[in-house]
Design a protein. Structure first.
Length: 496
């Protein structure tokens, strides 16, 4: 029995519950570690002052948009790897992994070149003023990220390929090391050895003084934050590539797998491009909703930001389980186990609905206290009031959204990415933005209008997703479909 056969049997035979949980738990941990990554950057850059924090705040929407584009292509690799693993196509697993790596490499080079040149213009478009310290720091940080984009996407490729194979623990271990390295590098590269609180906290002021006397290094500011991120992610990416070529993680690449195969790359683009659009739309919708809430006032914007940050933490199990569903559904469709693929969605949805009914009830009950954790001082009361309303209105729909995310994970696993993209566009623009605009501007409900718009879009999106799920056409897998049409084409045409 080959390694691919053994791996396939884990998810296509026997109990579904344990495979789902063993896949999802490391994914949740990895998402949490990613959050810690961002918190560390924000914390240490915050020691430089308000302008430095603002510079990063302007840079992040561009970075997230960029990672969304690359993430779609790595997601296509997950889908094809999972289906070929389920079908026990050993050679094709390695071939798809190699082609994903090749294409993302070329994509990274293109994004780096275009992004480096356009960075000042892009930042100006989203609100920075040329000639100011904020603009200059933001340009520096963003350009460094563009130059190191290959290392960031390289680690995403490793995560995506291993997830399709069914191994989420190895990427988690690498992420632990990467975050730990970033936590150490951030304060040193940002602040240097002068007045760095890190050394005082660990009782090493003497070491800091000696290092300062020897090097005179007083830190690189926001540039240091970018370098720390790129280096820590880059090291994880290099280790990931070594594991892929060494064969220690089940998938074993050879140099022949890196020879460009344009038919395989076209399939990656066909499946991955809608994922890129879907991810980028989600990032853009936050910006649009923020602008809409800003009509109400700064207090409402602050409340929306706090509510979103809290939701992003609460939703970690939903995100992890959705990724696990994608892998299990993909492998079962590759193995021809369609009924089992459907059952995966029902099982995952049942688990999360039960969980989020409890979480939502607790959130509604303690809404003011939850928001109050994130803000204190003058003006906090108005923000807490808006934020509590946000949680009371939106939190009851989280259980519904859990079903949406599990169904969306199934669509991804089946390769129906165009269907998923259309549903995403309808959710963010056809449901959310439209409903919130009417309620806030036309009806004049103020901030609650935006909150009800979000809640209504959650319910409407889930109803639409359930309708297409029950039709069942998403169950057609994409492995042997060489005609250039997958189920997502017909389904998305039906939606349109």
């Amino acid at each position: 029995m080959t390694a691919t056969s053994e791996q396939s049997e884990r998810f296509t035979q026997g109990s579904l519950l344990w495979p789902l949980l063993t896949l999802a738990a490391p994914l949740v941990a990895t998402q949490l570690l990613q959050t810690l990554y961002n918190i560390a950057d924000t914390f240490w850059v915050g020691r430089l002052g308000q302008e430095a924090v603002s510079a990063l705040s302007f840079s992040w929407p561009i970075v997230f948009l960029l990672l969304g584009i690359g993430g779609g292509m790595t997601g296509a690799g997950t889908i094809l790897i999972s289906q070929n693993t389920g079908a026990e196509n050993d050679d094709e697993v390695s071939h798809v992994a190699g082609q994903t790596l090749v294409f993302v490499t070329f994509l990274s080079v293109a994004l780096a070149a275009v992004g480096y040149v356009l960075t000042p213009t892009l930042l100006q478009v989203i609100g920075t003023e040329p000639g100011t310290a904020i603009h200059e720091m933001s340009v520096t940080y963003t350009r460094y990220v563009f130059l190191g984009i290959y290392f960031m996407l390289g680690f995403f490729v490793f995560q995506a390929l291993l997830r399709g194979w069914g191994d989420t623990k190895t990427p988690m271990y690498l992420m632990v090391g990467s975050v730990a390295l970033n936590v150490v590098l951030d304060p040193i590269l940002i602040l240097g050895f002068a007045d760095n609180p890190l050394f005082a906290w660990v009782g090493l002021e003497g070491v800091a003084a000696s290092a300062l006397a020897a090097t005179g290094f007083t830190g690189l500011g926001v540039e240091g934050a970018a370098i720390a991120t790129i280096f820590s992610r880059g090291l994880a990416a290099v280790l990931g590539l070594w594991l892929l070529f060494s064969g220690h993680v089940g998938i074993e690449l050879s140099l022949s797998d890196l020879r460009p195969d344009f038919a395989a790359i076209r399939k990656l683009v066909r499946i991955g491009a809608p994922l890129s659009v879907e991810t980028s739309t989600q990032a853009l919708s936050v910006t649009v909703m923020t602008a809409l809430v800003a009509i109400v006032g700064a207090d409402a914007v602050a409340a929306y930001g706090i509510g979103g940050r809290f939701a992003s933490l609460v939703w970690l199990p939903m995100v992890g389980m959705g990724m696990a569903v994608e892998t299990v559904v993909g492998q079962n469709l590759g193995a021809g186990e369609r009924a089992r693929a459907r059952r995966t969605v029902f099982l995952a949805s049942g688990i999360l609905v039960g969980l989020f009914l409890v979480v939502s009830a607790l959130t509604v009950s303690f809404a003011p206290a939850i928001v109050g954790v994130f803000i204190t001082g003058e003006g906090a009361a108005a923000v807490v009031d808006h934020g509590a309303d946000y949680l009371r209105i939106v939190a009851p729909t989280w259980a519904v959204m859990a079903v949406f995310h599990m169904i969306n994970g199934a669509f991804h696993g089946a390769g129906s990415t165009r269907l998923s993209m259309v549903l995403g566009l309808l959710t963010m623009w056809g449901f959310r933005a439209a409903a919130a605009t009417v309620l806030v501007i036309v009806v004049g409900m103020g901030a609650p209008g935006a909150w009800y718009g979000i809640a209504a879009s959650n319910v409407a999106a889930t109803v639409a997703a359930v309708a297409f799920f029950l039709r069942g056409r998403w169950l057609d897998d994409v492995i042997d479909d060489e005609a250039g049409e997958d189920v997502g084409d017909s389904e998305s045409a039906a939606v349109a």
